[in-house]
Design a protein around this ligand. Sequence first.
Ligand code: IDP
Ligand code: MG
Length: 140
Amino acid sequence: MAVERTLSIIKPDATERNITGKIIDKLESAGLRVVAQKRVRWSQAEAEAFYGVHRERPFFNDLVAFMTSGPIVMQVLEGENAVATNREVMGATNPADAAAGTIRKEYAVNIEANSVHGSDSAENAAAEISMCFADSELVG
Ligand code: IDP
Ligand code: MG
């Protein structure tokens, strides 16, 4: 498997509780390298655009409200099989279903405030990275 990149977001429930370092430690310990990172606060339009694929889902409005409720930390992670590796260290969407040792098992509050986002395919990773970062911000 070649080295690939994926998009990670540390969500407002985690920035609010001051646990971004604990989450980044999990990512780095899984072999992922942070090659770009910035802390931002999304506008409603930015959150709606990012989560556009979920527009028809019943939780969409709540999700946008949550993702704009505080700062987030966006990262590009690089490593062997980075998309799948990140999904593995994140754990299941619902922390009640997440495996022991995963970020969501240890830190998520509930199925919505679940501490992290991670791209779910190489194709979506490329689209999400270009939505969130300029090429010049990918510094290695
Ligand atoms: P993922 O983040 O594990 O890829 P998705 O199904 O892509 O999960 O959902 C995107 C985000 O929407 C989740 O991370 C979570 O914050 C929120 N979400 C997903 N399902 C629900 C739900 O049933 N109720 C409330 N929020 C949800
Ligand atoms: Mg998803």
